[in-house]
Structures are given as C-alpha cells and as structure tokens.
Design a binder for this molecule. Sequence first.
Ligand SMILES: *Cc1c(COP(=O)(O)O)cnc(C)c1O
Length: 550
Amino acid sequence: MSFIKNAAEAVKRDVAEITSKMKKLGKEEEEMSANLVGHLAERIPNLSPEMADPDNAVDDLLDSTFASRYTSTPMSKTTMPLHGAPAHVVYQLITDVRKLDATPALNLASFVTTWMEPEAEKLIHESLAVNYVDTVEYPSSTEIHNRCVTMLAKLWHSPSVPDEGPVDAVGTGCIGSSEAIMLGALSLKKKWEAKRKAEGKEATKPNLVMGAQVHVCWQKFCRYFDVEERYVPAEVGRYVATPELIRDLCDENTIGVAVVFGSTYNGEFEDVEGIDKVLSELNAKHDWGLSIHIDGASGAFVAPFLYPDLKWDFRLDNVASINASGHKYGLVYPGLGWIIWRDATHLPEAMVFWEAYLGTMERSITLNFSKPATNIIAQYYVFLRLGYSGYRKIMMNLDIIRKRLVNALSRTGHFEILSKDIGVPLVAFRLKTVTGSDGKEHHRLYDEFALSDRLRMRGWVLPAYSMPDNAGDVKLMRVTIREDFSIGMADMLVADIEDALKWLDTHFTFSREDINKIAQAQLGRRLSRFDSSILARPPQDDDKQVVRPC
Ligand SMILES: *Cc1c(COP(=O)(O)O)cnc(C)c1O
C-alpha cells in the first residue's frame, strides 16, 4: 500500500512541477511577444514612441543605408509617413524602385530624346528652379524662347520672318506637341466660329477632318472641346489619308484639316502639297476658309534637314499652324513642344493674353501657367551648338542607320517593311508568313507581340502595335531611330531579333495534342497526318490587341 501511496505522491509532484514550468513558459512567451511588439513598433517609424530618442537619431545618421531600420520596414505607399528618413536612404529606396524600368537608350518605342551633351545638362541643372512664366524675374528665358520661336518660324518658312523688314514670329513653347496641338486646333475652331457668325450662320456643329492614324491627342482635342471627329479610314496597304479622301469628308462645318506629318505608326508623311491643293479648290468653290494644321511632332524637325525641297510647311498657302516636339527630333529631353502660326492673322485674338515684359507687351498663348524654363534653354543650346548643318548631319546619320536596318531585316527573310524611304527615321515591319512543306503560305504560331516579349528579355523595348481601324488585322513593330542609336546598336538588335526568332520557332510550337484540340474545335475532327492546314492558325478574337504607338 505504501508503495502505491509513494508512487501517487511522486506523480502529484511531477504534475505540479510540470504545471509550474508550463506557467513559466507561458509567461516567457507573453514577455517575448510583448518584446517583439515593442521591437516591431520601434521598426515602424510612424508608430514608434522611440523616435524622439536621441540615440535613434544618432543611429539614423551613422547607419549605412542597408543597416538602417528604414530598409527593413515597408516603404510608405499610400500615406505620407509621419516622420522623414535620411536623404541617402530615401535616395537609395527610390532608385531601387526605378530599377525595374527599361533602359531609356534601349527603348526603341519612343521618339523622345534620351541623350544630351553634358554642357546641355549643365544648363538644365543650373536653371532647374526657374519658372518660365516669371518673365519679369527671369527675362532671359523669355528672350531665349522668343529667339527659338523666330528660328523655327524661319526654318518653316513663315512669312512673318521676312529676309528684310520687321519680324513678328508668332508661336510658343509648350509642354509637348499635345499642348501645341490643342492650341493649333483651338485656333482653327475659333476662326471657323468667327467666320460662321460673321456670315450669320449657325456655328454649333464643328468637325475636324484627319487620317485615322492621328495621334491620340487629336481625339482628346475633339472630345475636350466638343468637335466631331471625322476620320479618313486606313486600310491594308494604305496607312495615311489621301487628298481625295480628305476632300470627301470636308463640308461647311469643317474647322480645318489635321495633316499628320510623320505617322506614329510607320513614319509616313501625308501628301501635304496634294491636300493643300484640294483645300484651295474647295475654298475657291465654297468659300469655306479651310486651312491646315500640320502635326509635325516628329517630321517638322526632320524634313527641313533631310528633305529641304519637300513642300509641307508655310510655303503652302493653306498651312495655318505647325507643331513639333522639341523633345523628339528637336533633340531636347522631355517636355518641350512648339507651335508656330503662319502669322499673327492666323492666331485668333481671343486666344492671346498680352503680358507686360520689360517695357514691351508679350503674347502669352499657353494652356498651362507655370512651367520649367529648362528645356527652352536646352533647345536654344542645341540650335546654337548644332546649327543647320549639325542637325542635317545627325538626320543623315539616322537615315544611314535606318537603311542599314531595313536591309538587315529584309535579308533575314522574316519581315515585310512597312515604313517608307521618305519619312521619319524609323523602321516599321511585320512578320511574313512562312512557306510550309506543302508549298503553301502559313501564319506563324507566334506574332509580333510574342517577338516583342522575347526581345524584352535582352533589354530591348521594341513594341508591337495594331494598325488603326480597317487595317486593324495588320500587326507591326517599330524601331524609332534616335541620335543615340548607333550602327553598332542596330547590328546588335538585328542579331538579337534573329536569335529571338530561332527561339520562338523551336519553343513557341503546339504539341500534336494541342493541334488536335484546335482541329477538333475548328474543323470538328482530328487532324490527319496529311492535313497541314491547321498550321495556318486562323486569327483568334484575342489576337486583336489594340495598342497605340506613342
Ligand atoms: C508624339 C506625337 C504627338 C504627341 O506629342 P507629345 O510631344 O508627346 O505631346 C502628336 N502627334 C504625333 C504625330 C506624334 O508623333
């Protein structure tokens, strides 16, 4: 009996011991979690009561970037943090976020300048704090702006800059061609309204005639300012508007015609001389007062140097205004656009705000008020640095590289070239069909979008697009050739395109099983060994990606 009693005592003791140990453990756990919470609170600067602790502040100063607590706490994304962080850490964190971006020099999608000389960058840095609009405080910016406007007006043959006699170039710098286009199109609208009212006619149904390949900012203008959009449709093989098709769309309510001088799709110029002639005929017949705005976002900085004899500018009677992007072939970093009017009579007075400037009055014709002076100063730098001959040499180099790329891509046998020999220096192309072992032409199992994706792996940004409306089945890729795209780069690009195609040819295939599934769905039967038609994959609904060029 005593043996049993002893054993029971022992068990009781053990249980008591275990219970007390467990209690202790529980306490420790509680403590630990309390510590952890404190620790975390300390690491989240927003919540930390320790922030005021001078030791922490010293740590902040002494810690190397990645030893600091800021790199192990999530970055604020939605709420402004209560407290700031050291400059070197914030700089690093933001730089890290930006690392996922493409390399600008490899971004063949964009026309926008990705390289400028160090002296230009120095001027930009030195004028970063200058607000262009403060003309009294920073009169040199206005002076430089006006010099640029006059140079451009002269380059585009405005009658307001005669060889002799007073000069009154009318134009303005903008944040880009889009703002310039809003202003140009608004002046067409206002002129049309004034004419209609003066004739005692209704002025409530304005329309604008343009090719379907226009940049999206034209659509924006029409929607923002209540103008009917009238598009000359594109079709397979014709990707610009023609004079005759434009004639068909004009009527008494047409405020003007937008001529795309350098399509963003394939760089092609519209026949400005032909369109000008058609408008002269219509005006003579109906007195509609139709005029042209030239969207020369890229072309207006190319044609004067590469095709000086091509008539597209104020040499043509009906051209009322021209825009260009200083940040495209004007060779300045983004955001700079220009608009020049033929002369003061083509800019409705209702759009002009006169401002006092150093004893004279200056026209102010912008949508925005404040803006940086940096790019206007940089544009003047490029004008002086290059001169006409410098721009011409650069444009000729771009054209040499364009031709080499066209030849190299054609030689691969894989591509049809969709850009023209005369136009903006770019190469637009699409995949050819392939001849199957049956001797017939077949689509590939991959398209331009897949090739674009594959090239992204090498760092190239070479986008694929679909042509507008009726030509929407045509997919294409576009390489814009910019100043910093040398022949060495072009050769590397072609080599990478060839590698990408080899890869796609071997990997982007369907298994026999896949093919049979498709055949079942489309033909209602399995595929026979002799039935190769399925290799010509018919277009699918989701093939129709609409991606606009920029
Ligand atoms: C780029 C472009 C625009 C828009 O110009 P931003 O300078 O980017 O505002 C408009 N039209 C054409 C033809 C373009 O190429």
